[in-house]
Write a protein that binds this ligand. Structure first.
Ligand code: MN
Length: 379
């Protein structure tokens, strides 16, 4: 893990930098139509040509930014028009290209997404002061301008790459963007169920807004992980063996709670770090819903569950469609771990929310109604 003091000199904020070839490899794993693939390649060529001679504040060629944005979108398994829009999202705002150019080359669908993104960009949300708008107004304006959920997904990917590469901006701009991210964008991630982007954006924002607290929590988590690592691995191994005996197919992962979620529990809900049971969790991914309940039964008959910690989000999904069984158990050596049990499909939805939905509704539009459901309580 990087230390607080570390000033990175890498152009991409210390993150691995991707080429168009990397991006192509990623989306070709799930986008198979030759027409779709060709459209994405054309979008790259067009963006590259238009951004030629432009550089980011960090000094790197500008095209790296849209490639990274598109790479984040491909990691969420977004659809072809979304990825093409990611590559093109800054060309109308920052080059001589017009929306008509985009429409002629890439069609109405991509042109509409890029047009909405350009309008949102022109609002310069983050330069407004708190006195101008409350965060809730921000969210409403933002959602109102994005008539298609794909616009929001591209905007979230854009912000994620910008937050990863904040080091070249002034401290005031860093804090301004971090504040807007936490007040306006991460609640939207939560509603859409895009938890991978949500937790990375939250952690990055906290790092700039509360650097000391961020570092202190990171140190506590690292220490806990070091202390419990052997116990965690032993539990994973034991559960894998038991499931093999019962012939239930499983993939077992471990997950560490995000720094921001721990921050909320400690500073907004007043818990001690040691009272947070789910800092380290085991995630069991299986095939069917019946498998999930079988696994739960086996876990509860093998390990003592902690009272009040069992939640059935399979029978009762969260409003953002999250499904999983959660329980906390006492492992062989007395350490407490959370166990999360879900199917592969539930796991995909839990990580990427609506971003991957185009696959289930090929050719159809996203369901914009999801945006207007009331925010779900967070665990
Ligand atoms: Mn951008």
């Amino acid at each position: 893990m990087e230390s607080k003091q570390q000033k990175t000199l890498l152009p991409n904020g210390g993150y691995p930098m991707h080429t168009f070839e990397d991006l192509k490899e990623r989306y070709c794993t799930y986008i198979t139509s030759p027409d779709d693939r060709k459209m994405i390649e054309d979008a790259y060529q067009f963006a590259k040509q238009k951004h030629e001679g432009q550089f980011r504040k960090s000094g790197e060629p500008y095209i790296h930014h849209p490639i990274e944005v598109a790479y984040i979108l491909a990691s969420l398994q977004s659809g072809p028009a979304t990825i093409a829009s990611g590559l093109l999202h800054d060309v109308v705002e920052d080059t001589d290209a017009t929306i008509e150019d985009i429409q002629k080359r890439f069609g109405e669908d991509v042109a509409k997404i890029v047009d909405s993104l350009t309008k949102i960009q022109r609002m310069k949300l983050s330069r407004m002061t708190a006195a101008d708008f409350e965060a809730e107004d921000h969210r409403k304006i933002f959602l109102g301008m994005a008539n298609d959920v794909r616009v929001i997904i591209v905007k979230l990917a854009d912000r994620l790459h910008n937050m990863r590469t904040l080091d070249s901006l002034s401290p005031e701009r860093q804090k301004g963007l971090a504040k807007e991210t936490i007040e306006v964008l991460t609640p939207i991630c939560h509603r859409l169920g895009i938890s991978t982007i949500q937790s990375e954006l939250e952690d990055l924002s906290l790092k700039y807004l509360e650097p000391e607290k961020y570092q202190a929590i990171l140190d506590l988590v690292n220490k806990k992980y070091e202390n419990r690592k052997h116990s965690l691995e032993a539990l994973k191994k034991r559960i894998a063996d038991i499931m093999l005996e019962h012939k239930i197919p499983v993939k077992i992962e471990s997950r560490v709670k995000s720094i921001y979620s721990i921050y909320r529990k400690m500073y907004q809900k007043g818990h001690n770090f040691d009272e947070i049971y789910d800092v380290l969790a085991i995630r069991i991914i299986t095939k069917t819903v019946i498998n999930c309940y079988e696994i739960l039964g086996i876990i509860h008959s093998t390990y003592k569950p902690i009272p009040g910690r069992f939640k059935d989000y399979i029978a009762m999904p969260k409003p953002n469609l999250y499904q999983s069984l959660h329980t906390s158990i006492v492992s062989g050596d007395g350490s407490i771990f959370e166990v999360q049990i879900r199917t592969e499909e539930m796991d995909q939805v839990a990580e990427t929310g609506v971003a991957a939905h185009w696959k289930y509704k090929e050719g159809g539009h996203y369901n914009a109604c999801l945006l207007y459901t009331s925010p779900s309580p967070r665990d």
